[in-house]
Design a protein around this ligand. Structure first.
Ligand code: DER
Length: 222
């Protein structure tokens, strides 16, 4: 259907940003899955990748693409990842795939962050999508109380299909904060980041995307 085609179009356009001999930072999610499949077609042109999740690592390795340790490679020339929401300033909500912490680390390590989205991700104000927050398990109650005090949001612990709490690649839990209208994303990111027990917040505002590719015929580059 249309959005799937748009995800693929955005992902394939992102290949144009891959430098010969470069090491590519790879995000997580269904749009990035199309990017990984496209990257496989040019894998001999790159020196390898750094991955933001076990999920993406599996897909990369299935294609025979090298996955390297971030600590062994230094700054990345390029990071490609999806988003749950993108505002007009290229600030994002991410974390729908529970990989926000490693995604944010790779975005921070990258010179150019290229975000690939289908048109449904574009919003004027962030917050219709529940804001993911990664939380250290022993601080679950404290963090939920603090977020309720700080925002008029409704925090809900993310569960998998069987009603069990989702545990991230880092062994933490995810709190999805509903009903936020985030007019100042940098301030909200800073406020929530300071709560002891919060590992990371799914707001990419202090360090927004550098390029946003919106799938379509032709794809739109913002
Ligand atoms: O979890 C994430 O941050 C993903 O990048 C997510 O935001 C995008 O997932 P999708 O490409 O499957 O919509």
């Amino acid at each position: 259907e249309a959005m799937t085609e748009a995800k693929r179009q955005a992902a394939e356009k992102a290949i144009e940003y891959v430098e010969d001999g470069g090491i590519v930072g790879v995000g997580t999610g269904s749009t990035v899955a199309y990017f990984i499949d496209a990257l496989a077609r040019i894998k001999d042109r790159i020196a390898g990748t750094v991955s933001s999740s076990e999920q993406s690592t599996r897909r990369l390795r299935e294609h025979g693409i090298d996955v390297l340790d971030l600590n062994a490679v230094g700054p990345l020339g390029l990071y490609v990842d999806g988003a749950d929401e993108c505002d007009p300033h290229k600030r994002l909500i991410k974390g729908g795939g529970a990989a926000l912490t490693r995604e944010k680390i790779l975005a921070e390590a990258s010179v150019r962050f290229v975000c690939i989205v289908d048109p449904s991700k574009r919003v004027d104000v962030l917050g219709r999508f529940p804001l993911p927050v990664e939380v250290i398990p022993m601080a679950r109650s404290l963090v939920a109380r603090r977020i309720q005090a700080l925002t008029d949001g409704q925090p809900v612990w993310r569960q998998d299909g069987d009603g069990r709490g989702v545990v991230t690649d880092n062994g933490n839990w995810i709190l999805d904060v509903h009903n936020l209208r985030i007019v100042d994303p940098v301030a909200v990111e800073r406020e929530l980041n300071q709560i002891p027990g919060v590992v990371s917040v799914g707001l990419f505002a202090r360090r927004p995307a550098d390029v946003v590719i919106v799938g379509g015929e032709p794809p739109q580059v913002l």
